[in-house]
Design a protein. Structure first.
Length: 363
């Protein structure tokens, strides 16, 4: 290894691999929890007309005030709560870590969960504490979480609601117990809010340590990279101090505000995805050897016969379908694959390919 790299790069960074995004050209893309639907042609034309007058030689609005107003109206954000924008949820997670990071400070979450909680904590020099979920249904092991909070005194607690990669929504009473026990901030990550009927957004302000984080990616705007954080104004004022200037570019600000004015289009797409989720769940249940877990997200975690995950992933890719192989990512995810809910035709192709693969390989 280059001696200068070895002496300057932190050992924990050298031990990492860069975040990998697989090549998906020409494949049915069911790996990244994206909305599979494009915009109607008339809406695309109106959007392009909106972009025509932008001055790309000028920096964007540093606060994104027009976009903030659109988000408050469309997402029913409490008027007395603060709102902070990020370049995707990842930047907000980074901002939170930078705000509280200090020697010995810890982040706590449940595992398996969203990998960026741990990764960004490591980047910021914080220790990560993961509490395993219940093996049978991926529910919160409340006594274990409360014990870990008491022992570790975490500065940040993350709870994804619904959870990624398992898809289930945690018990709300368990969430409240954790919020009340935590000595630091509790961030409820509602990235998959469009696909469930339960939310903590209306409860922000009931506890002075509760923040709610969301993204517009799952509603159909993944390419814009826009996340937002809602919580007590005094907390958000502190977090805003570590935000990089002009973090939301002008194309994202204008495009997202435009899309939010036409939210009904995306709400209809979401209803279609939720209906397709139910149909896909039923179809997966009918395939011998597969065990799909309940989901309130836009994906379905499925356990396959022991030792078959890698072969099924490869077989689906050869059939032109890209999914996520989670086998090996965490002990509780052994033999698990994750399928994003696609269009009816994409889901039908996935089911046909799985049926063929399971017959060929034996259930």
């Amino acid at each position: 290894m280059n001696a200068r790299i070895e002496s300057l790069v932190r050992p924990e960074i050298r031990a990492l691999k860069a975040y990998h995004v697989p090549e998906s050209s020409g494949l049915i893309k069911l790996d990244a929890m994206e909305n599979p639907y494009t915009w109607p042609e008339a809406l695309q034309a109106d959007w392009l007309e909106t972009l025509r007058g932008l001055e790309l030689n000028r920096y964007p609005d540093p606060q994104g005030l027009v976009l903030q107003a659109a988000l408050r109206e469309a997402m029913e954000i409490p008027e007395d709560m603060g709102l902070l924008l990020g370049n995707g949820s990842d930047e907000l997670i980074q901002m939170l870590a930078f705000t509280v990071a200090a020697p010995g400070r810890k982040i706590l979450s449940v595992d398996p969960g969203f990998v960026m909680y741990r990764m960004i904590g490591l980047f910021a020099g914080m220790d990560y504490v993961g509490v395993p979920l219940q093996a049978e249904d991926f529910s919160i092991d409340l006594p274990a979480v409360l014990e870990a909070i008491e022992r570790e005194q975490p500065a940040l607690v993350y709870l994804a609601y619904p959870n990624n990669p398992t898809g289930n929504r945690f018990d709300a009473d368990d969430m409240v117990r954790i919020i009340e026990a935590a000595p630091g901030l509790v961030i409820v990550d509602e990235a998959y809010a469009p696909f469930t009927d339960s939310s903590f957004m209306g409860l922000v302000g009931d506890w002075d340590n509760l923040l709610v984080m969301r993204t517009v990616s799952k509603m159909g705007l993944a390419g814009l990279r826009l996340g937002y954080l809602v919580g007590p104004p005094d907390w958000l004022a502190e977090i805003d101090k570590v935000r990089l200037p002009y973090n939301i570019n002008v194309l994202t600000q204008v495009s997202a505000a435009f899309a939010l004015r036409h939210k009904a289009v995306f709400d209809e797409q979401t209803r279609t995805i939720r209906a397709e989720r139910a149909r896909l769940q039923e179809a997966l249940h009918r395939i011998p050897g597969l065990h799909p877990y309940p989901s309130e997200a836009n994906f379905i975690l499925t356990r396959v016969p022991e030792g078959r995950a890698g072969a099924l992933f490869d077989g689906l890719k050869q059939a032109g379908i890209l999914i996520k192989n989670l086998d090996g990512a965490h002990p509780l995810l052994a033999d698990c694959l994750r399928f994003t809910v696609g269009t009816p035709d994409e889901n039908a192709a996935l089911v046909r390919a799985l049926e063929g693969a399971m017959v060929d390989g034996g259930a």
